[in-house]
Design a protein around this ligand. Structure first.
Ligand code: PMP
Length: 428
């Protein structure tokens, strides 16, 4: 049974690799936005930010099987798939960002981006935003400041990481009252500290919509101002599009479009492989030149024929099934339904985000914004009973992390909103 299997998992599968639930159902199969347990019970997967074209997509299974039986090797060999995939990624990026590294995950992509910033600038100091998550590898973890992911985050930073005040417009230092200028001033203060100490800047890494905090858009014009100050000091700007990019926002393919900026480096992973390990760093040729002089970069599986075919098939499906458009339409509908809950339930402090990148933030008091952490955990547990998979996010774990497959139907969105309303009505 599921409990027995879970005990076995705990014996040999290292425990820091946590599960979504204390008593999770044993899942066996996935189809579109649903997962099915061994007894055939359906769960609506509202949290999986990886399977963007949905679970069990037959076109993807067929493409993987075909390429696997034909050829799989590494990018030291010469084959068409890696060339074609990089051409397509360069085609999706803003003009000038035409140079691609292929890796296996978001953490690796961010590690490589930081290494590129170091090499291109000849400096080490990186700015990163408070409340951020960028990965678990040594450098990506160092710039991850979220205390939900790592309670020691703020006391164990290496000296080259300089956290900037969170531009969380709901809960940040200005609590919705601040102007973009107030937030920008916090970046310039951090840069002045470095200037005063005569320390050179390597770069600035951030998500372009504040994902870990629950999908909160940055203040308008924030990145434009921050990027200008960083570039004036010879720093490299990195947009972490691992969660937010690739059509999830519905209204935009990349999150940085929402801010009207073009970064020097884009990192992408998660959805681009729909669950197959796949990540990329997309940048300008000149940013890669210093690394080329230092040595070389190689990933045994990054850029494999199977990986590239998966990546291209995901792009084909996104296009053919108009999934970005679906994320916009269903996301707008879902956001409106969730916003309606704000009037009925004082616990619903705010609904953040856009497209299928939404966050419902629960608070005990709308004045103090005291986070409703225990309530959020209980609501997620109750949602599981009702057939919905949902998890908390944010530094206080009081925000629902709504990042379903982009094929989410309007009916499934309504089901989620209905079930959430039911839980809030009944208590948890
Ligand atoms: N950046 C962001 C914004 C992420 O959300 C994540 C994963 N949650 C990562 C990087 C790391 O990606 P991965 O788990 O593929 O290493």
């Amino acid at each position: 049974d599921a409990a027995g299997l879970f005990e076995r998992r705990r014996r040999h599968f290292a425990r820091p690799q946590k599960n979504y639930y204390r008593k999770p159902p044993e899942i066996e199969r996935g189809w579109k936005e649903h997962l099915f347990d061994v007894e055939g019970r359906a769960y609506l997967d509202m949290v999986n930010n990886v399977t963007i074209v949905g679970h069990g997509h037959p076109r993807l299974s067929a493409a993987i099987g075909r390429q696997w039986s034909l050829l799989n090797t590494n990018s030291r060999f010469h084959y068409a798939a890696v060339v074609e995939f990089c051409e397509r990624l360069a085609g999706l990026a803003p003009e000038g960002l035409d140079t691609v590294f292929l890796v296996n995950s978001g953490s690796e992509a961010n590690d490589l981006a930081i290494r590129l910033a170091w090499a291109a600038s000849g400096a080490r100091n990186m700015l990163s935003l408070l409340e951020a998550y960028h990965g678990w590898t040594v450098a990506s973890d160092a710039v991850s400041t979220s205390i939900a992911d790592n309670p020691e985050a703020l006391t164990t930073r290496p000296g080259w990481v300089h956290p900037v005040v969170s531009p969380n417009t709901y809960r940040g230092p200005f609590r919705g009252a601040g102007s973009t200028g107030d937030y920008v001033a916090t970046v310039s203060a951090k840069l002045s500290e470095l200037d005063d100490k005569g320390q050179k800047l390597a770069g600035f890494i951030s998500e372009t919509v504040y994902g870990n905090a629950g999908g909160i858009p940055l203040p308008p014009g924030y990145l434009e101002a921050a990027y200008a100050m960083v570039r004036a000091r010879g720093g490299v700007t990195i947009a972490d599009e691992v969660q937010v990019g690739y059509g999830r926002l519905g209204h935009y393919f990349w999150g940085f479009e929402e801010q009207g900026v073009v970064p020097d480096i884009i990192t992408v992973a998660k959805g681009m492989g729909n669950g197959h390990p796949l990540g990329a760093v997309i940048t300008r040729r000149e940013i890669t030149e210093a690394l080329e002089k230092e040595g070389y970069f190689f990933s045994s599986s990054g850029g494999s024929p199977v990986g590239c075919v998966v990546g291209m098939t995901v792009l084909d499906i996104l296009h053919d099934e108009a999934l970005q458009e679906n994320a916009r339409m269903v996301g707008d509908h879902l956001k409106a339904r969730l916003q309606a809950l704000t009037d009925r339930f004082p616990l619903v402090g705010a609904v953040h985000g856009m497209g299928l990148y939404l966050g419902v933030e629960f608070v005990r008091d709308r004045e103090t914004l005291e986070p409703a952490t225990e309530e959020t955990a209980a609501i997620c547990d109750r949602l599981l009973d009702l057939g919905v998979i949902m998890q908390p996010t944010g530094d206080h774990l009081n925000v629902l992390k709504i990042k379903p497959p982009l094929c989410l139907s309007r009916e499934s969105a309504d089901f989620f909103a209905d079930m959430l309303a039911k839980v809030l009505e009944e208590g948890w």
